[in-house]
Design a protein around this ligand. Structure first.
Ligand code: ADP
Length: 445
């Protein structure tokens, strides 16, 4: 059993991990940058160590500082949260080399899914459907033109090291391809220090539906049903829910089995997510696998009544899982409350929260590190809270969400609360009739 876990992360996810550790009787070590000295994860952990300056490279990505902290504090495991070092195989390897358990999959598993083109190849071999497209990196514009002709426009250029929707360009016709190719490459190089680009057929009118899976160290894998993450802005998720309004029991079974196949193909251990695009005919295609806990894990926790962080820690300790799949018993919706101005093209709005009142009551969960007086640093992502509503039906979950949003008071910074309020009243959202393009046709009132 782990006695002490260091959390190599910040914000709400660090707090989320600390909460479960407390319930499991495990001591916690928080690490923080100078910009986060007043953060709640620092206050709530048993120990807290400053690891550097605000820039992530100096703190949350600084492997020597994090490893030194783990050694000094005698931590026997490290939870990486999401983002930062969560999918860094080198970090997982270094943890292992120092006899500190990385709470996640092995470096080999991270590597096999980290590079998207390699992941696709692995999935094709495993018999998991993938989006039609090239099997190799594109080396020139001419190569891109030829492949696009073969696949048929529209196509999408994607960064093999991609994440957060970066390095992605939709191309509708040949005249656009050169510019899009250069733009995608430049953005990928700047974001990931890897400018490798590949091409896929653009799935039209898609929904983003992902399957949560869990696998233990002994080869047992199960699925924990789906999350629908179709409501996105510039390929970044804003709202997630489970079950998906587009799901049928038959599709869930097919997608669940495909996700199990995907995870089993790499002998996956830990919890993880297999992401798919689903077209209007309910054909589904693998796009990537995330080998970590995700922001939106809470909706799954609420509908299957299951602590995913606890499960992740238990698997890392060597516990077995039953192999039984889990199905939604409730409906949960998550709204990401970001410090962004929805009336101004979602412009970031860092600063000090002067007044904060969080909603509560039946069917409401708030995961947040914010408090009145908290200063949102400009250095990291802009999420200040995840608001989750839970009810028996989707309609009731929407009503609970509307009610909770109306109680939420955050002053001092602009937030996405007004956007979510309008979304909950949108007819297409209410009817479940939307695709990943939904936001393009949405204007704030
Ligand atoms: P990232 O790792 O950057 O998040 P993903 O591959 O997970 O990239 O894709 C993010 C989003 O981009 C998807 O949810 C979807 O909205 C869009 N997308 C990606 N690939 C395609 C595709 N082939 N066709 C249509 N949309 C796509």
């Amino acid at each position: 059993m782990f006695k002490k876990i260091l959390i190599a992360n910040r914000g709400e996810i660090a707090l989320r991990v600390i909460r479960t550790c407390k319930e499991m009787g495990i001591k916690t070590v928080a690490v923080y940058s100078t910009a986060d000295k007043d953060s709640l994860h620092v206050k709530f952990a048993d120990e807290a160590v400053c690891i550097g300056k605000p820039a992530s490279v100096d703190s949350y990505l600084n492997i020597p500082h994090i490893m030194a902290t783990a050694e000094i504090t005698n931590a026997d495991a490290i939870h990486p949260g999401y983002g930062f070092l969560a999918e860094n195989a080198k970090f997982a390897q270094i943890c292992g080399d120092h006899q500190i358990k990385f709470i996640g999959p092995t470096p080999e598993m991270i590597n096999s899914m980290g590079d998207k083109i390699t992941a696709k190849e692995t999935m094709i071999k495993a018999g998991v459907p993938v989006v039609p497209g090239g099997k190799d990196l594109l080396l020139s514009v001419d190569e891109a033109k030829n492949l696009a002709k073969e696949i048929g426009y529209p196509v999408i250029l994607k960064a093999t090291a991609g994440g957060g929707g970066k390095g992605m360009r939709v191309v509708w016709e040949e005249s656009e391809i050169e510019k899009s190719f250069d733009n995608a490459k430049t953005e990928a190089a700047a974001s990931f220090k890897n400018d490798g680009i590949y091409m896929e057929k653009l799935v039209e009118e898609p929904r983003h539906i992902e399957i949560q899976i869990a696998g233990d160290q002994f080869g047992t894998v199960c699925h924990l049903s789906e999350r629908d993450c179709t409501i996105q802005r510039r390929h970044q998720k804003l709202v997630e829910e489970s079950p998906s309004p587009f799901m049928t029991p038959e599709l869930r079974e097919r997608m669940g089995q495909a996700a199990i196949k995907a995870a089993s193909a790499i002998n996956y251990e830990s919890i993880g997510t297999v992401e798919f695009l689903v077209d209007k005919h309910r054909n589904f295609y693998f796009i990537e696998m995330n080998t970590r806990i995700q922001v939106e894990h809470c909706v799954t926790e609420e509908v299957i009544n299951y602590d995913l962080i606890k499960e992740q820690i238990k698997i890392a300790q060597g516990d077995t899982i039953s192999g039984k799949n889990h199905y939604p018993q409730m409906h949960a919706i998550e709204c990401r409350i970001n410090a962004e101005d929805p009336y101004n093209d979602f412009r970031p709005s860092p600063g000090k929260i002067t007044i904060l009142h969080q909603p509560g009551g039946h069917g409401v969960r708030v995961d947040s590190h914010a408090y009145a007086g908290y200063v949102i640093p400009p250095y990291y992502d802009s999420m200040i809270a995840k608001l989750i509503s839970i009810a028996q039906t989707r309609e009731e979950a929407i009503n609970t969400m509307s009610r909770a949003l109306s109680e939420y008071v955050i002053e001092g910074v602009k937030t996405t609360i007004p956007f979510h309020q309008q979304l909950m009243k949108n007819e297409d959202f209410i009817s479940g009739n939307f695709t990943t393009k939904f936001l393009e046709g949405f204007t704030m009132q």
